[in-house]
Design a protein around this ligand. Structure first.
Ligand SMILES: Nc1ncnc2c1ncn2[C@@H]1O[C@H](COP(=O)(O)OP(=O)(O)O)[C@@H](O)[C@H]1O
Ligand SMILES: [Mg+2]
Length: 301
């Protein structure tokens, strides 16, 4: 590497990773001084390189500590949340049986809020694992039609909230897929819950096809809801990003579902895509290999 390239690379790395106050110091350390003895210059650059290596190691350590912190925090949050969800469910049954309808509605709200919060916590944990490259996948064979039938029951409940009609456009005997069932299911439910959230009195269609060579499985979730402008589409699939600043106020959510879905599908060897028109609706698509390479044991991605 030439001295010029070394200087430039070092400077670029530190412009990106250092705080603004550090940049000036690094600029001076890496600057080639006029009439400087080459031996001194090499020594000075060598020292800067060592400093740089130490800094990178420190940052990696900090990032690992952040991941550990997030994963233990989410565990600490999940335990009491599961208790809130479980007990509010029990209480709701008891209160309903005793005929106290006023209380029943309040307890239902506690239960719904608990389930929502658990979803947010789980999303944050999923994202932190993805960012740390620690997502584990469990590849196993499963029947596509059986998986879609399971999804149908959950999706139908989601659709009722805004009086949407749910249509399954799925041929019989799609056969077996070898992939991570939980992640495929979670990805489809992410798309379906969005479709249900951003559509009212409309139709949401879940379509599934195998490619002609049988090597790929395509899933489409189509809605005729609010849709998005090309500018809004560009913002998608980024953590905590929603199409509009007002989305969270109007529709709730945190802007993590699409990012997680995209990453999951990429880890499984496929990808996602979107087509949408403002006011007309959206189609979110998933393309996955019918057989994700790997064994049927948990693997680090
Ligand atoms: N089917 C859809 N129709 C319209 N907008 C959508 C649809 N799906 C996703 N979006 C937009 O993408 C954003 C990000 O989606 P997502 O990552 O699932 O986050 P969240 O659902 O928590 O808002 C949403 O806030 C919304 O603005
Ligand atoms: Mg969502």
């Amino acid at each position: 590497m030439s001295l010029g390239t070394f200087y430039l690379r070092g400077f670029l790395i530190f412009t990106r990773y250092s705080g603004p106050y550090e940049i000036q110091g690094w600029r001076e350390a890496l600057m080639v001084k006029r009439n400087e003895n080459p031996q001194e210059l090499i020594q000075r650059l060598q020292k800067a390189k060592e400093r740089l290596t130490r800094k990178v190691a420190k940052m990696q350590h900090a990032s690992e500590r952040k991941d550990t912190y997030i994963s233990s925090m989410t565990h600490e949050l999940r335990t009491p949340l599961n208790a809130i969800i479980g007990y509010s469910e029990m209480l709701q049954e008891e209160v309903t049986e005793s005929g106290n309808l006023d209380w029943s509605e309040d307890v239902r709200k506690i239960h719904v809020a608990g389930v929502h919060l658990l979803g947010v916590v789980n999303n944050i944990l999923d994202l932190s694992k993805i960012e740390a490259g620690k997502t584990s996948i469990f590849v196993e064979p499963f029947d596509i039609n059986v998986m879609l039938d399971d999804i149908k029951d959950i999706a139908s409940t989601l659709m009722e909230k805004k009086s949407n009609t749910f249509v399954m456009d799925v041929p019989a005997k799609l056969g077996t897929m070898v992939s991570d069932l939980t992640k495929v299911r979670q990805s489809l439910l992410n798309f379906l819950s969005n479709a249900a959230k951003f559509t009212e009195n409309g139709t949401i269609t879940l379509c599934c096809r195998r490619s002609q060579d049988k090597e790929w499985v395509h899933f489409d979730v189509k809605d005729n809801g609010i849709g998005m402008t090309p500018g809004q589409i560009k913002l998608l699939f980024r953590p905590f990003q929603q199409a509009e600043a007002s989305t969270s106020k109007k529709f709730g959510g945190t802007g993590l579902g699409l990012t997680i879905t995209k990453k999951f599908c990429e880890i499984l060897g496929g990808g996602v895509s979107v087509q949408s028109e403002s006011g007309k609706g959206s189609t979110f698509a998933i393309k996955l290999p019918a057989e994700t390479q790997g064994t049927d044991t948990a693997q680090a991605s």
